[in-house]
Design a binder for this molecule. Structure first.
Ligand code: VGL
Ligand code: ZN
Length: 198
């Protein structure tokens, strides 16, 4: 049975100095690189937004980053502009061993829908295609690492479990944003659906 390592959003904007910096986001890079050789498949995800993405507070007059808004699909956190397509902030951290990746999956490219998960966008319906990729490669077990634990790693892990994959999150190779208790909620939510937090 083939196992995949899914590396979530290890991009400059989520590392110290970036637009949506996760504390110590860069500290996990050497450990992620070292893990890659243990897996039959390595998949990198890349948050990849148009400059006018609806998840950006800048698109909502009177709103500030980290406030909430209502999208067609429900509540949505408003973020600082980040991971804009083609920018340095959207590029992978320069230390990440990107050559080892079999697949680079971009997400969040539809202006009206954010996409935390590597499997389904935030409307919880629009697929990214990753499910089919894994299935057709015969991959039934995935290990997740990357940024941020309480948003994109969390949503990806819960979706992977809901698709029947065996899911491990190497929490030592993640870091969190921790917005209003989001980290504790994410840990509990992952454990509820059988994600192994290692
Ligand atoms: C992420 C917020 C907005 C993440 C992406 O990678 O966790 N968080 N876009
Ligand atoms: Zn984003």
């Amino acid at each position: 049975m083939a196992d995949a390592l899914i590396v979530i959003d290890v991009q400059n904007d989520f590392c110290p100095g970036g637009a949506l910096a996760v504390p110590e986001g860069d500290a996990i890079v050497p450990g992620i690189n070292a893990l890659m050789d243990d897996f039959a498949a390595v998949i990198l995800t890349q948050d990849w937004h148009p400059a006018d993405h609806a998840s950006f507070a800048s698109q909502h007059p009177g709103k500030a980053p980290m406030e909430m808004t209502e999208m067609a699909y429900g509540p949505q956190v408003l973020w600082p502009d980040h991971c804009v397509q083609g920018t340095h902030g959207a590029a992978f951290h320069e230390g990440l061993a990107t050559d080892r990746a079999d697949l680079i999956l971009r997400k969040g490219f539809r202006r009206q829908i954010d996409s935390y998960s590597a499997f389904f966008e935030n409307d919880r319906k629009t697929p990214t295609g990753l499910e089919g990729y894994l299935r057709t490669r015969g991959i039934r077990r995935v290990t997740l690492v990357g940024l941020a634990l309480d948003f994109c790693v969390n949503y990806s892990a819960v979706d992977a479990a809901s698709l029947g994959l065996a899911v491990t999150v190497r929490t030592d190779l993640t870091r969190a944003i921790d917005l209003d208790g989001s980290l504790a909620a994410a840990r509990a939510g992952m454990e509820d659906v059988g994600v192994e937090l290692a």
